[in-house]
Design a protein around this ligand. Structure first.
Ligand code: PLP
Length: 436
């Protein structure tokens, strides 16, 4: 309607004038303005200011896991803020929600990963892990163990360390003088072994990887990969950091993505799903063994802490979010609906002659090739065109073209129903038909 259109245009003008968007082509944006201005959400749907209702097929940024519109989280936030808006956790002080959340996280994590350092998101969690592992080796008398190995097409965030560890090149090429000592390896065990051999294990602090790469194109590891990496890390005194920012808290149908491979890392970095995006919070969880070493070899200050390390409201929201996932048995739904999603992707693959269908749980992708045999690509990515057509049909989609791929990624909220999965697949089906 006209009133909504007027409101949209007013907001769009202000947006263009005053808001520098993250991960957005600036010039294009300043000319065109925002495409959608969201006002509310419910379940798997988002609504924009003009009343358009869209399926949020990626749970926004792979994070709104319990789905939109869960007002219980609003109540939890309000109650916490009304009682205690903020108090610092520096210098050993504490508060109830952060203590309870740290305990809850320890219940969710595997093995002896029992102690959490809190942050405001994934990038901070990874930077925290990089500094912690370097500190760890330093106090153990091995100050040269500083290098961090990450994988091609990995995404670890945009803080200085996190950018430096990110294997998707445009993020690193955006700026200069990144953090030192980051190495990138392809996904073969042979390459990892060669890299350790060349660099010397005595110079390597840690290996970091997502269990299934998200932003890099939903890439599961080769068969047996992490099991072998775990062994190699143990043999070479290299700490294993799992970046569970996307996979953590149920996305793959397991508590954490590394559980899929029966691998227990030394450190888990988390964010997104811990609060389903309702409040900015993340963390780094360390094993008892690392914690003991940190205490044994050093009695100084832990010279690392964010003002919002353990924000009371964020902790209260995260606690309520995890309670909802537990009480509503949502991880079982991830498994059940994950099967439906993978079935749907298989149907698309077979119907449209696509390739490289992949994923697990409610995390999936399909890829376009002009010629499946030669793996020749279309001159212009088809996935981007499909996303544009799907938007007209009521679905907000995600196309990934890093590293020359042409991928459609899916990570819908955990509350999705069978009927909603079918709607999603049928919208994509029709959209592909229209562009190909
Ligand atoms: N690590 C992974 C695997 C991610 O997917 C992301 C964000 O997409 C990050 C780290 C960075 O998290 P944040 O954007 O909260 O800093």
């Amino acid at each position: 309607n006209n009133e909504a259109q007027v409101k949209f245009e007013k907001l769009a003008e202000l947006d263009k004038k005053h808001f520098l968007h993250p991960s957005t082509p600036i010039k294009q944006h300043m000319e065109k303005g925002p495409g959608l201005i969201f006002t509310e959400g419910e379940g798997i749907y988002l609504k924009d200011v003009r009343g358009r209702k869209l399926i949020d097929s990626l749970s926004s940024l792979w994070n709104v896991n319990i789905g939109h519109g869960r007002s219980e989280l609003g109540v939890a936030a309000m109650e916490q803020i009304s009682k205690l808006g903020f108090s610092s956790t520096f210098a050993g002080n504490s508060h109830e929600p952060v203590i309870k959340l740290a305990q809850k996280v320890a219940e969710w994590t595997p093995g002896d990963l029992n102690t959490t350092f809190f942050t405001s998101g994934g990038s901070e969690s990874n930077d925290t892990a990089f500094k912690t592992v370097r500190h760890y080796w330093k106090i153990k008398g091995q100050p040269n163990k500083t290098k961090i190995i990450s994988r091609s097409l990995s995404y670890h965030g945009v803080a200085m360390g996190a950018t430096s560890a990110t294997g998707i090149e445009p993020f690193r090429e955006f700026t200069t003088s990144l953090a030192q000592g980051f190495l990138y390896v392809d996904s073969s065990i042979k390459s990892l072994k060669a890299m350790i051999e060349n660099e010397g294990a005595e110079n390597i602090a840690a290996f970091i990887s997502e269990p299934i790469q998200g932003s890099g194109g939903v890439n599961p590891p080769p068969e047996g990969y992490f099991e072998e990496v775990r062994k190699i890390c143990d043999e070479n005194d290299i700490l294993f950091i799992a970046d569970e920012v996307i996979c953590g808290f149920g996305r793959t149908g397991e508590n954490f993505g590394m559980n899929l491979f029966g691998v227990v890392p030394d450190i888990i970095c988390m964010a997104k799903g811990i609060s389903s995006g309702y409040a900015p919070i993340g963390g780094m969880v360390i094993s008892d063994s690392i914690k003991n070493e940190l205490m044994e070899h050093y009695d100084g200050n832990f010279w690392h802490g964010y003002t919002y390390s353990g924000h009371p409201m964020c902790a209260a929201v995260a606690l309520k979010n995890l309670e909802i996932i537990e009480n509503e048995n949502m991880i079982q739904n991830v498994r059940d609906m994950g099967e439906e999603l993978q079935k749907g992707l298989k149907y698309l693959e077979e119907t449209h002659d696509m390739g490289n269908r992949r994923g697990v749980g409610l995390l999936g992708a399909i890829e376009f090739f002009k010629d499946l045999e030669t793996k020749e690509r279309y001159a212009e990515p088809v996935s981007a065109k499909v996303v544009a057509k799907a938007l007209d049909r009521g679905l907000l989609g995600r196309s990934i073209v890093y590293g020359g791929q042409d991928t459609l990624a899916f990570a819908p909220p955990f509350c999705i129903t069978k009927e909603e999965v079918e709607t999603m697949i049928s919208i994509i089906d029709d959209s592909i038909m229209e562009v190909k």
